[in-house]
Design a protein around this ligand. Sequence first.
Ligand code: SAM
Length: 402
Amino acid sequence: MKRKEQFVAKTFAGLETILKEELETLGAENCQLSKRAVTFEGDFDLLYKTNYYSRFALRILWQVHQFDFRDNKQFYENIYKYPAENVLDEKGKLAISVTMHNTIFQTPLFAAQLAKDAICDRFRERTDTRPSVDKEHPDVQFHLHLNENMATLFLDASGDSLHKRGYRVSIHPAQINEVLAAGIIKLSGWKHDCDFIDPMCGSGTILIEAAMQALNIPAGFYRKYFGFYTWKNFDRRLWNKITAEADIHDDVPVDFYGYDISPRFIGMAQANVRAARLADFIHLQSRSMFEVSVKNTPSCILFNPPYGERLDMEDISDFYKNIGDALKQHFAGCKAFIISSNMEGIKNIGLHPSRKYPLFNGPLECKFLRYDLYAGTKKNTAVRQTYGLDEKNVKKNDGIKR
Ligand SMILES: C[S@@+](CC[C@H](N)C(=O)[O-])C[C@H]1O[C@@H](n2cnc3c(N)ncnc32)[C@H](O)[C@@H]1O
């Protein structure tokens, strides 16, 4: 029987539950929710699988060692016991990051140095040579988590954060994080069964993530590098087998539309869409959201308007009010989803959200809101359908706050 390994997947606050479900689908066992993370168990294969397929994880850590310690000596001796030579070459490069809570150490730096000494001394005593430290481009990135007297040593299997999907060739000043974009698409409940519109698409992140989900393109498909590529025990055959199992669809029966008022940002979106080889699916145009209408009803509208933090908005309140009006007038019959950290702006949308999810975009606290856009109201639509009434005879109750 294969040994069960212990892993941790990190994510944004608010995405833990969908990450847990995703990991379970990938075969993870004993998944436990934690703060901005999910812990799970499984075969070693799962380390490669989750790195390649997880859309909602920012990073996957492999727990390789755990021990209790009372003083520096015990700490050093226990780290020394870890057979780092299984993953790191004696001439390789390592880096150690530390998070700690209530420990004997004054600073994380001191703990990292002591751990580095223990690992390097073990090499030197065996081979007369030792690895070097390279914080920028390590072959093995260790992570030490110290909680009171308990130390847990992890290997960071992802290297760069998994939000770096590999399709971004153009950087927008207010781009949404790819993991967060994938997460809100999942939370929206869109089942790839109607058109998808981002009316303020910037560099196209949300559209690309939506098309990747609909076409079943793995989140790591475009990435050129994962942390474990430079581990000594990297199993290229296993990796090739896991990545070859991807079941990418050739086509989807829906279209993706993106608009942005800025031709420059549409240029960026075009470059990213081309890099993701999704230009056959995603249609982009430089237009104001206030001038466009839905092509096919129902469609799923999902976007992050300017928060007013990084973009210069003259009057954010009016701007958000215009968004509410445009949704009501040009996107009736659709579901719209907005993520924003501008709470004042959100109030001015003037529509009643049918659902609210608290989320974080990096350090920014956000709300993700769902609006069901009925022509008239849900109630009135039913009344009109039943009695054949025309709109002027029906009491005004169209979801707009007056
Ligand atoms: C927060 S950014 C969107 C970033 C995008 N999600 C990405 O990942 O790149 C908001 C975008 O709204 C665009 N915008 C502002 N006013 C607009 C309008 N009236 N119609 C369409 N786009 C607009 C801005 O040009 C900006 O690119």
